[in-house]
Design a protein around this ligand. Structure first.
Ligand code: FDA
Length: 580
């Protein structure tokens, strides 16, 4: 029988990122995936800063950046009647408003960007394979059985039709929105699938003349009748500026799905572009549904599910592949530590405790973002009638010089501005705070959300939060606090006078067979806080300690050094690893 340590089902963002992280940490793993290759359509694009931090940690940020559309090409969210037609309104998006740019710049050493999924997946998986992952394409997962020592999966070689078994110590179900693994282990799900119907049309057309002056990744087209199903209106989505596009168009889920054809795809595309003569080369079309479903728990025994298998939602806020990659980063180091004998298997329970609340949060956020288009339709008078001619008159009415029209304009302006909860939702992307047995509380209350918690990033070293990013310097070269941490290791950060934490970290690492990096930050030391930002942000005294887990989340902190520094740090490390 074929054997591995971790069997990963699926090679989407979740599965490929898990393979990459495990191979980076030196863990034997194998990916089985149903089709002959990776995503063949662009699908997810928005790659948020937290995901870019994960990719930076795993050493592939530069490679991803070579394929990205930069943040400044993502800047305008355009609402229009067609690309060639009238513009209804615009919203700065993805941190491009001058008054949001600083929030994004301050939050991370990385930049939010746009990378089509069919370009991202090969980077993830090829690096995983280069670092040791075994990858089996055309291999379909059929079933699993688990016992006290491992999991036996039955898979089918789709080329020969031959079924065989793979034995692993753990199995990761990253098999997407129709996850067989999640079903087989009976994960409890809440919500429903098939809330609305959508079609994707991928095509090539040079639309520069309609878009280059208002660069964006998303152009929302409000045409009377377009609010059926799906995301409620037509969406022309940039794949590559400005020649490749993805259209998302709704259909009524209560009716039989439309018969897709190139002719229908071209008709929909030309209507949304507003140019009946523009040359269009259709690359693909497919149907999908808007889902509102999340798993209440993502784990059963030795099987862990992640990605769309446990959070199924529309593309709003661009959270799908981002959350999938972040799930992988949370689980991979835990699997590695358990398999390497550095942690007790109980550490693995923290994956459920930490990631399941996030699954719920992002599914609800993404679906709420769809509802929040409602006030835009309402302000344009698209909801009060089903007559397309009346809809057009209602939209035109906002141009009148009347108090009613002024009120309508104001309503529309506010409704568009509110869409920052989809397009500038920095807090949802960056504020994940974990509560689990793998976080040691320090007795302080959770810091308040000084600003809106969904819109704004709130950096803190409160245990459970992601370590805030700040620029430090080493030998004249700047590096982020996040660069100093992660890479599969625990890290202790302290300041001048906190040397006892460093000594404790070294002794604990040696005694318990762990790797714990420890750094004193201060003048004349290896790392300098040239801007004084760390002193401002660390929320401890200079002699305090911040213990950062391999996934950049703070696991423990102490306000100041004390006689019990060694004992406190040791207790914290062992508690996080389930070895207390
Ligand atoms: P995914 O579905 O990607 O992968 C599942 C894998 O499992 C595949 O490799 C499949 O072949 C394999 N598989 C399935 N069954 C199997 C079996 N029985 N045996 C073996 N292998 C099996 N997200 C985002 O973050 N930003 C964005 O901008 C967007 N935009 C977007 C637009 C559109 C139109 C869509 C439809 C979706 C998005 N998303 C998104 C969502 C994103 O595409 C989605 O969340 C991720 O692909 C989920 O990644 P997973 O790895 O979990 O599943």
């Amino acid at each position: 029988m074929i054997e591995t340590d971790v069997l990963i089902v699926g090679s989407g963002p979740a599965g490929s990122a898990t393979a990459l992280a495990l191979s980076t940490y030196g863990i034997r793993n194998m990916v089985v995936t149903k089709y002959r290759w990776l995503a063949d359509t662009p699908r997810a694009h928005i790659t948020n800063q937290r995901t870019m931090e994960v990719l930076r940690d795993l050493g592939i940020e530069d490679e991803v950046n070579q394929k990205r559309a930069h943040q400044d090409l993502m800047g305008n969210n355009v609402f229009c009647t067609s690309l060639a037609g009238e513009e209804i309104g615009r919203l700065y998006s993805w941190g491009n408003h001058p008054n949001r740019m600083a929030d994004y710049t301050l939050a991370s050493p990385t930049t939010i960007c746009d990378v089509p999924q069919n370009l991202m997946e090969p980077i993830l998986l090829s690096n995983a394979a280069a670092r040791g992952s075994r990858v089996r394409f055309d291999t379909e997962y059929l079933s699993l059985a688990q016992d006290a020592d491992g999991v036996t999966a039955t898979v089918r070689d789709r080329l020969s039709g031959h079924d065989y078994q793979i034995r692993a110590k753990y199995l990761v179900g990253a098999d997407g929105g129709r996850s067989q693994v999640a079903e087989d282990i009976g994960l409890p799900m809440q919500g429903r699938m098939g809330v609305a119907g959508s079609m994707n049309i991928v095509f090539e057309a040079d639309l520069s003349r309609y878009v280059a002056h208002r660069p964006s990744v998303l152009y929302w087209v409000l045409q009377p009748g377009a609010n059926i199903g799906g995301i409620g209106m037509g969406l022309v989505r940039m794949v590559r500026p400005w020649t490749e596009w993805l259209i998302v168009w709704g259909y009524d889920i209560n009716q039989p799905p439309p018969e897709m054809s190139d002719a229908l795809a071209i008709e929909v595309a030309r209507n949304l572009i507003g140019d009946q003569t523009i040359p269009i080369k259709v690359k693909s079309h497919s149907l999908w549904t808007v889902n509102h479903l999340f798993a209440l728990s993502n784990t059963a025994g030795r099987v862990f599910c992640m990605g769309d298998a446990v959070h199924r939602h529309p593309p709003s806020n661009g959270l799908g592949s981002n959350t999938s990659i972040q799930d992988a980063f949370n689980l991979a180091w835990k699997l590695a530590y358990v398999l390497q004998g550095k942690a007790d298997p109980s550490l693995l329970a923290s994956y459920d405790a930490e990631r399941s609340p996030i699954a719920r949060q992002i599914v609800e956020r993404a679906n709420k973002s769809i509802e929040e288009f409602g006030p835009i339709f309402d302000s344009l008078g698209l909801l009060s009638t089903s007559d397309p001619e009346q809809m057009k008159r209602n939209m035109e009415a906002r141009k009148d010089a009347t108090p009613q029209a002024a009120a309508q304009r104001e309503k529309l302006r506010k409704a568009i501005a509110h869409k920052s909860y989809e397009f500038n939702c920095h807090g949802v992307e960056m504020n994940q705070r974990y509560r689990s047995a793998a976080i040691v509380p320090d007795g302080t209350d959770e810091p308040d959300w000084a600003r809106d918690r969904e819109l704004y990033h709130h950096p803190t070293t409160w245990p459970g939060a992601r370590l805030p990013h700040l620029w430090l310097e080493r030998n004249g070269r700047r590096l982020s606090t996040l660069d100093v941490c992660g890479h599969g290791r625990f890290t202790v950060l302290t300041g001048i006078g906190g040397e006892a934490w460093v000594a404790a970290a070294q002794a604990i690492a040696a005694e318990h067979g762990l790797e714990i990096d420890a750094h004193v930050i201060g003048p004349g030391r290896e790392l300098t806080d040239v801007f004084g930002d760390w002193a401002e942000m660390r929320e401890t005294a200079e002699t305090g300690c911040v213990l950062v887990r391999p996934d950049h989340h703070v696991g423990f902190r102490a306000q100041a050094v004390s006689a019990s520094a060694h004992a406190d740090l040791e207790a914290a490390v062992l508690a996080i690893l389930g070895r207390a």
